[in-house]
Design a protein around this ligand. Structure first.
Ligand code: COA
Length: 309
């Protein structure tokens, strides 16, 4: 597995948010652990973020682009209702038409869903080299008058190249959904208005903490592993307090949790591959280490991926 990521240039700090809604840097940082987030320009689309991240992952993998035989993009903020971001990325990268390309929509759990999908293509022999991307321009569906919500989100993209190999890469993936919670975290169609995120923040917070506890147990049990077997936790970056709760569940020091939420905010499907790339590039994560990724998001959807990097 090789990684790459991309963040838009423009940074939105808590200080700037103070001039937009009735909030303070202190409130935002103490409740969420977020100090700043990146925001894409109006003419920069999810496919641009995804393509930039993909280029870096391809470069880091050192592969010929012609080898890619599957493109899966996790996103909730496609450039258009259709076609998929994956097909736009395919065109922008100049990847041959002999390659399936499609999007996966599982909101903040999207990357884990996309990774699991690509892994199953590879294990079934239907792909040898997959490009898997998590990319979101959540600012495009954020209501910047809603202080309980707009402080959380950021834009970005992360990508991985997944290749068929005799060595273990993805050990197991675990996916779940429960559609009964549709209205706790959603973007209703606003008719002719602008569709933006509606969220019961406190209720989502509690559900996320409890559910992530269960997915950690499920993943360890399925593989006969102990908590101490996990070298790194690379979680979806929603809120530092949710990350701390999962680390506590694993008896894990926060030093072993890759956290980017402080500088990225919640980038939805992009957050796990972004965090993974940060820790790979700065040398923290090394080949052969065991990484647990987990995510929770709208739907609700949730899941995990256990990998040997
Ligand atoms: N600045 C200042 N005050 C704010 C505020 C802000 N940006 N946003 C909300 N408040 C106020 C509320 O109005 C409320 O005031 P009241 O007590 O006078 O009514 C008070 O702070 C507490 O609000 P509450 O929503 O209970 O705060 P919270 O501690 O739950 O924090 C979130 C809010 C959104 C940060 C938190 O619930 C959260 O992170 N939830 C999870 C969201 C998430 O991760 N979603 C994506 C999942 S993938």
């Amino acid at each position: 597995m090789s990684t790459g990521s991309y963040l838009p240039e423009k940074i939105l700090t808590n200080k700037t948010l103070e001039s937009m809604v009735d909030t303070t840097d202190e409130w935002i940082f103490s409740r969420t652990g977020i100090r700043e987030r990146h925001i894409a320009d109006s003419d920069e689309f999810t496919s641009d973020l995804a393509t930039a991240a993909a280029k870096k992952a391809i470069e880091n993998a050192g592969i010929d682009i012609a080898k890619i035989d599957l493109i899966v993009v996790a996103t909730t903020t496609p450039d258009k209702i259709f076609p998929s971001v994956a097909t736009i990325v395919q065109r922008k990268l100049g990847i041959s038409s002999n390659c399936p390309a499609f999007d996966v929509q599982a909101v903040c759990s999207g990357f884990v869903y996309a990774l699991s999908t690509a892994d199953n293509f590879i294990k079934a022999g239907a792909s040898k080299c997959a490009l898997v991307i998590g990319a979101d321009k959540i600012s495009s569906i954020t209501d910047y008058t809603d202080r309980g919500n707009c402080i959380l989100w950021g834009d970005g993209a992360g990508a991985v190249i997944l290749q068929q190999s005799d060595e273990v890469g993805i050990i197991s993936t675990h996916l779940h959904a429960n559609g009964n919670y549709e209205e706790m975290l959603h973007v209703p169609r606003a008719g002719h208005g602008h569709d933006t995120i509606a969220m019961e923040g406190n209720a989502v917070f509690k559900m996320a903490v409890n559910t992530l506890d269960q997915i950690v147990d499920e993943t360890l049990e399925a593989n006969g592993l102990q908590k101490t077997d996990i070298d790194w936790l690379v979680p979806h970056q929603a809120n530092i307090r949710i990350l701390q709760a999962t680390a506590k569940k694993l008896n894990m020091s926060m030093d072993k949790v890759v956290t980017t939420v402080e500088y990225h905010g919640n980038t939805s499907a992009a957050s796990i591959p972004l965090a993974l790339d940060v820790a790979v590039q700065d040398g923290r994560i090394k080949r052969g280490e065991i990484i647990l990724m987990e995510a929770f998001g709208g739907g609700f959807t949730w899941g995990s991926a256990l990998i040997k990097y």
